[in-house]
Design a binder for this molecule. Structure first.
Ligand code: MG
Length: 239
């Protein structure tokens, strides 16, 4: 794979969270199961009418009906719970505590094995800003000390791959886009998004042998199997 050169150390790093630092779907699935158990106790008609797959279908339907809320996964999730409650004749206000419980469990992620040590190396050498379309909470996950902050699509109003989101991250870091290295797992959101916004990128590709998609425009600086390999590559750059 071609790679653009990164002649000097970047001014700062922006780092994706979900599926870069932890696999997100196991945590979401566990949170959905806990949510369903809670509904059995507090909203039994809803729990009976909507299993976890049906609740997810409602969540996806709400997303299709509200593309203007695509940046706010929390709104989509809580609104979908309220809709299921209303459909079942139960109190839609229960969506608030139900969502709080979901969020608590959504933060219970299993980090990829190298992440704690690699993040310590990266954050000792660079300012690291989390750049996420999701609703992970680094403080609750216990990684907050490694980051200078989080820029989330929910608060900003649009997320990756929009260039404005990347540019806001650079402004927050006080760096020009071409001085920033964005790191993430998602080709379209992270790598093409960073490329279009003028940032360098590193693709964290944990699937051996994965290829960039046909027609891909971006050329990441590095394709790495994990964050330890990325920290090694950054160590090799001239100061
Ligand atoms: Mg990701």
């Amino acid at each position: 794979m071609d790679a653009v050169s990164l002649a000097r150390r970047p001014c700062a790093l922006t780092l994706d969270l979900d599926d870069t630092l932890w696999p997100v779907w196991p945590a979401i699935e566990r949170a959905e199961a806990v949510l369903h158990d809670w509904l059995k106790a507090h909203a039994p008609a809803t729990a009976a009418a909507f299993d976890t797959a049906a609740l997810r279908a409602v969540r996806e339907a709400v997303g299709r009906e509200h593309p203007e809320q695509a940046h706010d996964l929390s709104w989509l999730r809580q609104t979908s719970i309220a809709r299921a409650l209303t459909h079942s004749g139960e109190d839609p206000a229960l969506a608030e505590p139900a969502f709080a419980l979901f969020m608590d469990h959504r933060q219970r992620v299993d980090l990829f094995p190298e992440v704690v040590e690699a993040l310590a190396r990266l954050s000792a050498a660079f300012p690291v800003l989390a750049l996420t379309n999701g609703n992970a909470d680094l403080g609750r996950i216990g990684l907050g000390d490694h980051f200078v902050g989080t820029l989330g699509a929910r608060s900003f109003g649009v997320g990756k791959p929009h260039a404005a989101f990347f540019h806001a991250a650079c402004a927050q870091l006080g760096c020009a886009p071409d001085e920033v290295l964005h790191i993430g797992d998602d080709w379209a959101l992270d790598i093409e998004g960073a490329h279009a916004a003028g940032l360098h990128s590193a693709w964290v590709c944990r699937t051996p042998g994965a290829q960039r998609p046909a027609g891909a425009q971006a050329r990441p600086w590095r394709v790495v199997a994990d964050l330890a390999a990325l920290a090694d590559a950054l160590d090799g750059l001239p100061r």
